[in-house]
Design a protein around this ligand. Structure first.
Ligand SMILES: Cc1cc2nc3c(=O)[nH]c(=O)nc-3n(C[C@H](O)[C@H](O)[C@H](O)COP(=O)(O)OP(=O)(O)OC[C@H]3O[C@@H](n4cnc5c(N)ncnc54)[C@H](O)[C@@H]3O)c2cc1C
Length: 570
C-alpha cells in the first residue's frame, strides 16, 4: 500500500440525527399553524428517517433501480416491476408512519397495526372520511421529514393519500377499499385488494399527445354493464406517464360517450384475474430513480365510473389538488435537506485558514439559502393547515389560492436552491458516491416536482382561475393583515396585491402575480413564526430589492450569524 498522503479536511457526513429536532423552522411553523399538535410522533419519525440505516436504504433503492418484468420465464405476461428490498423497506416505513392515508382513517377500518418497531402513525384515526384536528398538517410535516430521507418512494405514497377526496364519489368502491387504503400495513404483492394488509393507488391522465391539456385524451371507455361498484366500462388506449404501476388501482381519465370521465381501474379484478393493463416500458428518468414510472396500454381493461360521467377533469383534480400540496411539501423537505448538508459541510471544511462557514461570502450564501428554506417551509405548512379546516370559509379560499401559488413558487425555487447548496460542497457535491452524494440526488430530483401535477405555467394559469371564482382579494388581504406595519416593503406589496387581483392579471402576467402572492404570504408568515432577523432579511431581499439575481447577494445589515445559527441541523 502506498502511503502517499494523509487524508484530512474531509467532513463527517450528517447521519444519525433527529431531522425533526434539527428543524426549528418546521417546529415554529407547526406551533403557529397547529398549536395543540402532539409532536411526539414527529420526534420519533425524525429519529427514524435521520438514521444511518434508513439512509442506506435510500441509497440502495436509488442505485438498484426498478426493473420491468413483462413476462415470466415461460412467456406468460405478468406486467410486474421488481424493486430492491430497500425500496420495500422505505415503503414499509412510510406507510407505517401513515403518510399515505392516516388523515382519512375510517371507523370501519381493519386496523392491522404498525409493523414491530414502527413509529406511531401521524394524525390518528377518526370517523369515516374526516381528518382529526391537525391530521393533515401533522401528516404534511411527516411527509416533509420523509422527503429528506428519500423522495421518490413518496410518489405512490402521495397518490394514495391524494385519492380519497376523488374516490369518495363512488361510495361503494370507497367503502370497500378505504380500510386497506388507510391501513398501516404495506403489502407489495399483486393480488386481490381485500386479501392485502394495505393498498396503494396511482393516477393516469397524461397521454402522448398531451399532459397539461388532458381534454385531448384519446383513451376510450365503452359502457360494459353495471354491478355493485356502479357503471362499468371497457377501456382501450394508453397512458404515456403512469407512475408506480405496481399500485393496486388507479384513477384514470378516458372518453366515455358523455365525454372525459374519471374511472377507477384496479390491477386485479374482483374475480381475482389480472386486468388488461400492460406495462410497455419504464421511463429512463433524470432523477426520481427509486420510483418506477411507466408507459402503459389498456386493451379492454375493466374500470368503474367515479363521480359524474363527462366531468372527469374536476373529479380527478380533487386528487391533483392534494398531490400539488405534496409537491410543495416535498420540495420544501428537499431544500431543508440540501441546506442541512451544506451547513454540515461548511461547518467542518477549512479553506484559506478558516472554516468555510466563517468566510463572509459563504455566510451570505448559507444565510440566503436558510431564508429560502424557512419561507418555503412556512408556506407549505400553512397550505397544509387549510386542508384540516374545510368548514372555514377563509381556509377554503386560501386552499384554492395557495395550492397553485405554493406549487408554482416553491417548486420553481427548488432547482436553483439545489444547485447553490451543491456548490457549497465544491466538487464533492457533484459526486454521486456515499453520504455527500445525496446532494447530486437532490439536484436530480428537484425539477420533477415543478413538472408533474401541473407544470409552472399551468399553476400560474390556475391561480388566475382561482382569482376569478373566489372573493380572492379580500381573502388575501385578510391573510396578510397580521403583518401590516411590520415592514414597509411588505406593506406596499400587501396594498397593491388585492388591487392587482381585483383588476385580474392577464395570462402574460400570471407568473409574476403567482410569485408576488407567494412572496407576500411567505413574508407575512415569517412575521408571525420566525425571529426578526429572518423576517427582516427576507423582506429586505425579496421585497425591498436589496438583493441580486443569485443566492448569496443579501445586503449589509443582515444578521447572518443569527440566521445561520437557527438553521444549523446540529
Ligand atoms: C417522472 C414523471 C412521472 C409522471 N407520472 C405521471 C403519472 O403517474 N400520471 C400522469 O398522469 N402523469 C404523470 N406525469 C406526467 C406529467 O404530469 C406531465 O408531464 C405534465 O403534466 C406536463 O404534461 P406534458 O408532459 O404533456 O407537457 P405539455 O402539456 O406539452 O406542456 C409542456 C410545457 O408547456 C406549458 N404549457 C402547457 N399549456 C400551456 C398554456 N396554455 N400556456 C402556457 N404554457 C403552457 C407547460 O407548463 C409545460 O411547461 C409524470 C411526469 C414525470 C416527469
Amino acid at each position: 500500500m502506498n502511503a502517499t498522503h494523509e487524508v484530512f479536511n474531509q467532513v463527517e457526513p450528517l447521519v444519525d440525527i433527529n431531522l425533526f429536532a434539527a428543524n426549528r423552522a418546521m417546529q415554529d411553523a407547526l406551533r403557529f399553524n397547529a398549536p395543540a399538535l402532539d409532536t411526539a410522533p414527529l420526534q420519533a419519525l425524525g429519529a427514524q428517517v435521520g438514521s444511518a440505516e434508513m439512509q442506506t436504504h435510500a441509497r440502495l433503492a436509488n442505485v438498484f433501480t426498478p426493473q420491468l418484468k413483462s413476462h415470466d420465464r415461460f412467456g406468460h405476461r405478468i406486467d410486474q416491476v421488481e424493486f430492491h428490498p430497500s425500496y420495500h423497506a422505505l415503503m414499509t416505513a412510510a406507510t407505517a408512519a401513515g403518510l399515505h392515508g392516516t388523515p382519512w382513517g375510517t371507523a370501519s377500518r381493519r386496523d392491522v397495526g404498525p409493523p414491530q418497531g414502527a413509529t406511531a402513525p401521524l394524525g390518528g384515526s377518526e370517523p369515516h372520511g374526516v381528518g382529526s384536528v391537525g391530521a393533515h398538517i401533522h401528516r404534511a410535516a411527516g411527509f416533509m421529514l420523509f422527503t429528506e430521507l428519500e423522495p421518490s418512494t413518496l410518489c405512490p405514497i402521495s397518490m394514495s393519500y391524494a385519492v380519497t377526496p376523488a374516490l369518495r364519489d363512488n361510495p361503494a368502491i370507497y367503502t370497500d377499499w378505504a380500510p386497506q387504503l388507510t391501513s398501516r400495513g404495506y403489502d407489495p404483492a399483486l393480488k386481490l385488494w381485500k386479501d392485502k394488509a394495505g393498498v396503494t393507488m396511482g393516477m393516469g391522465m397524461t397521454e402522448k399527445q398531451g399532459g397539461s391539456d388532458v381534454r385531448a385524451n384519446t383513451t376510450q371507455a365503452v359502457p360494459a354493464g353495471s354491478d355493485h361498484w356502479g357503471q362499468r366500462f371497457s377501456v382501450t388506449g394508453h397512458k404515456w406517464f403512469f407512475s408506480a404501476p405496481m399500485c393496486d388501482a388507479f384513477l384514470i381519465l378516458a372518453q366515455t360517450p358523455s365525454g372525459l370521465s374519471c374511472l377507477f381501474l384496479p390491477r386485479v379484478l374482483p374475480d381475482g384475474t389480472l386486468n388488461q393493463l400492460f406495462i410497455q416500458r419504464l421511463k429512463d428518468k433524470l432523477g426520481n430513480k427509486a420510483n418506477a414510472s411507466s408507459e402503459v396500454e389498456f386493451a379492454g381493461a375493466t374500470a368503474w365510473l367515479v363521480g359524474e360521467e363527462g366531468r372527469g377533469v374536476p373529479q380527478i383534480l380533487a386528487m391533483g389538488t392534494m398531490t400539488r400540496l405534496d409537491c410543495a411539501l416535498g420540495t420544501s423537505g428537499l431544500m431543508r435537506q440540501a441546506l442541512s448538508i451544506a451547513l454540515n459541510h461548511t461547518s467542518q471544511r477549512m479553506a484559506f485558514g478558516k472554516k468555510l462557514i466563517d468566510q463572509p461570502l459563504m455566510k451570505n450564501v448559507l444565510a440566503d439559502l436558510a431564508l429560502e428554506s424557512e419561507a418555503s417551509t412556512a408556506l407549505a405548512l400553512r397550505l397544509a393547515r387549510s386542508f384540516d379546516r374545510p368548514e372555514d370559509e377563509h381556509e377554503r379560499a386560501m386552499q384554492r389560492l395557495l395550492t397553485p401559488v405554493a406549487k408554482f413558487w416553491i417548486c420553481k425555487r427548488g432547482s436553483h436552491f439545489a444547485e447553490e447548496a451543491m456548490e457549497c460542497l465544491g466538487g464533492n457535491g457533484y459526486v454521486e458516491e456515499g453520504g455527500e452524494g445525496i446532494m447530486a440526488r437532490i439536484y436530480r430530483e428537484m425539477p420533477v416536482n415543478s413538472i408533474w401535477e401541473g407544470a409552472g405555467n399551468i399553476m400560474a394559469l390556475d391561480l388566475l382561475r382561482a382569482l376569478r371564482k373566489a372573493d380572492a382579494a379580500a381573502a388575501l388581504a385578510h391573510e396578510l393583515a397580521p403583518a401590516r406595519g411590520m415592514h414597509t416593503a411588505l406593506d406596499h406589496l400587501a396594498e397593491s396585491l388585492p388591487i392587482r387581483v381585483e383588476q385580474m392579471a392577464t395570462e402574460m402576467e400570471a407568473r409574476r402575480l403567482a410569485q408576488d402572492v407567494a412572496l407576500a404570504v411567505q413574508a407575512a408568515l415569517l412575521a408571525q413564526t420566525a425571529p426578526g432577523a429572518v423576517f427582516g432579511a427576507f423582506c429586505d431581499s425579496r421585497l425591498a430589492g436589496h438583493w441580486g439575481h443569485c443566492f448569496g447577494s443579501l445586503g449589509s445589515g443582515v444578521d447572518f450569524d443569527a440566521i445561520i445559527q437557527r438553521a444549523q441541523p446540529r
